[in-house]
Design a protein around this ligand. Structure first.
Ligand SMILES: Nc1ncnc2c1ncn2[C@@H]1O[C@H](COP(=O)(O)OP(=O)(O)O)[C@@H](O)[C@H]1O
Ligand SMILES: [Mg+2]
Length: 268
């Protein structure tokens, strides 16, 4: 596949929770097209429907209306085998890294599981090589960490370990739902840079979900702005940030007056 091929697309994706007076339309008639090797940010305030959309893309939540195509073919997830093969291509990282690890496994086991998940048959030596390579990709030292439990790591180390696992699994699609909202500014830019590196090395498609339009500008090729379940504006990241058309986008941007100085970016 070349970089510009469409990996996944959705048309008229809608999710309604509840019935009658309790009804909430969390995602409302959303269309999207994401390409191989593209980093897309979905930006919106809390409650705008970002996580619900992400869960439907992951196939964890069934859409009320609409359909998803994966690699040009309608996605079908009814049978266990279909879900299994789809999920092989997809990984997610979340805000709270502790929620996605088995806390009773040591680092070595957490990394070994990735080798198992991919069904790779490797010698002990090859396994060590792979685990070390993944750790050095995220600037962690395997020798210092392999024997530790998740709760013995810092938040930043945990997030990096999560990215090491993604590096080992190399999925086609990575969904990162507010992965930096619980770490300090320094770890935040490290994580963003690692996402960029993952994309560059593996041609991964990355959906980066954030309420922070500044982070979206820093990391993405394409931005989708989400308000109350609807995509109100989408386009090339620079066009969206430098020339926002929609009132809601303008408001999000005016809330982050320091985009340029904070990230030391030029507008060219
Ligand atoms: N399982 C659920 N049941 C009912 N309502 C839900 C559920 N999940 C999310 N919602 C509602 O859908 C809307 C969008 O939520 P969410 O997708 O979590 O937004 P975001 O991730 O942008 O903060 C919110 O109004 C939320 O309360
Ligand atoms: Mg959310």
């Amino acid at each position: 596949m070349s970089r510009n091929d469409v990996l996944i697309s959705g048309s008229h994706i809608t999710k309604v929770f509840g019935y009658g007076k309790q009804k909430t339309t969390a995602v409302d008639d959303v269309n999207f097209t994401f390409h191989e090797g593209e980093i897309i940010s979905i930006v919106g305030e809390s409650g705008s429907g970002k996580t619900t959309l992400a869960k439907m893309i992951m196939g964890l939540l069934k859409e009320t209306e609409g359909s998803v195509k994966y690699r040009g073919i309608p996605r079908y997830l009814k049978r266990h085998a279909d879900r299994k093969s789809y999920w092989k291509d997809i990984q997610a990282i979340f805000q709270d890294p502790f929620s996605s690890f088995n806390l009773f496994y040591r680092v070595e086991r957490l990394l070994l599981d990735c080798i198992k998940l991919r069904g790779l048959k490797l010698s002990r030596e090859e396994q060590f090589h792979k685990m070390k390579e993944a750790c050095s990709f995220v600037n962690l030292k395997f020798e210092e960490l392999y024997n530790k439990y998740p709760f013995e790591l810092s938040g930043g180390q945990m997030q990096r370990l999560m990215i090491a696992r993604i590096f080992m699994l190399h999925p086609k699609l990575l969904i990162a739902d507010e992965p930096t909202s619980m770490v300090d500014a320094c770890s935040r830019s490290t994580i963003l840079d690692m996402l960029l590196k993952l994309r560059d090395e593996n041609n991964m498609t990355i959906i980066f979900i954030t309420h922070d339009v500044g982070l979206a500008y820093y990391v993405s090729d394409t931005i989708y702005i989400m308000e109350k379940g609807k995509i109100v504006e989408r386009g090339n990241a620079e066009d969206i940030i430098l020339n926002p058309q929609h009132r809601y986008t303008q408001q999000l941007i005016s809330d982050v007056p320091k985009i340029h100085s904070e990230w030391n970016l030029s507008s060219s």
